[in-house]
Design a protein around this ligand. Structure first.
Ligand code: DX5
Ligand code: ZN
Length: 224
C-alpha cells in the first residue's frame, strides 16, 4: 500500500473495510494489501445521519494496529467535529465530513484540523447540489463525491453524479484530490476515471469477490 495517496500522481484504489469479515479483520486487510490496494477507507456510521451503524474509534484503532496503511476515515455522522479528536487518536490519517451536517464547512474543516487531523475532506450525498460545497473547496484537501446514497455497501452506482464530479474536478488545485465512493467495480470505474476522479473507494467490488487479488488487478486494468 502507499504511505500517503496525496503523494501519488496516478489513480489510487482504496478498499472499504465495510464489506470485510470483521471476525478476521487483520487477515482481511493483509489480503487486500497483498492484492495491491493503495489505502484503506473506513466507513463510520452513526445510525442517525445514515440509517446504519457500523463502527467508530475502537475498530479504527484496531485497524491502525494491524496495518501501516493510510487510513481514510469517512464520517457519516451528525457531529463530525465532536469526534474528530477521537479518530485522530485512533490513527486516522484523513477524515471526510458531510456538507449536509456542516452549515459552516470551512469552520468544520478548521476544527477537524485543529483536532490534529492532517488531511481533511468534504463530501456530499447524491441529492445535494454540487454548488453547496464550492465555498468550502479552499479549506479542504480532498472532495468525496458519493455515487450511492450512503449507508450500505453493495448498492448500484449512480452515473448521474458524474457531472458533479467533473464540476468539482475543474475547481480543484493540483494538490487536492477527487474521490468517489459507492458502486465502484470493474464495470463502473472507468466512467469515474474519465471525469477526473483520482481515488476510487471499493467495498463489495473487492471483499465480496472470491478472488480479491484478481478483482483488484481487474480494477487497475480498467484504469489504464
Ligand atoms: C456507503 C459507504 C461506501 C461503501 C461502498 O455508505 O460510504 O464506502 O462501503 O460500498 P460499495 O463499494 O460496495 O458500493
Ligand atoms: Zn465511504
Amino acid at each position: 500500500m502507499t504511505s500517503n495517496p496525496f503523494n501519488a500522481a496516478s489513480s489510487q484504489i482504496a478498499a472499504s473495510i465495510l464489506s470485510a469479515d470483521f471476525s478476521k479483520l487483520a487477515a482481511e486487510i493483509a489480503e487486500v494489501d497483498r492484492g495491491g490496494v493503495d489505502f484503506l477507507h473506513l466507513d463510520v456510521m452513526d445510525g442517525h445521519f445514515v440509517p446504519n451503524i457500523s463502527f467508530g474509534p475502537a475498530v479504527t484503532a484496531a485497524t491502525r494496529r494491524s496495518t501501516t496503511a493510510f487510513l481514510d476515515v469517512h464520517l457519516m455522522i451528525s457531529e463530525p467535529e465532536r469526534y474528530a479528536a477521537d479518530f485522530v487518536k485512533a490513527g486516522a490519517d484523513a477524515m471526510t465530513f458531510h456538507i449536509e451536517v456542516a452549515p459552516d464547512p470551512a469552520a468544520t474543516a478548521r476544527r477537524i484540523r485543529l483536532a490534529g487531523c492532517k488531511h481533511v475532506g468534504i463530501t456530499l450525498n447524491p441529492a445535494t447540489a454540487v454548488e453547496t460545497i464550492f465555498p468550502a473547496l479552499e479549506s479542504v484537501d480532498h472532495v468525496l463525491v458519493m455515487s450511492v446514497v450512503p449507508g450500505f455497501s453493495g448498492q448500484k452506482f449512480m452515473p448521474e453524479v458524474l457531472p458533479k464530479a467533473l464540476a468539482v474536478k475543474k475547481r480543484l488545485r493540483k494538490d487536492q484530490r477527487l474521490e468517489i465512493d459507492g458502486g465502484i467495480h470493474a464495470e463502473t470505474i472507468r466512467q469515474a476515471r474519465d471525469v477526473g476522479v483520482d481515488w476510487f473507494v471499493v467495498a463489495s467490488g473487492i471483499f465480496d469477490q472470491k478472488d480479491r487479488a484478481a478483482a483488484i488487478a481487474e480494477l487497475r486494468q480498467r484504469l489504464k
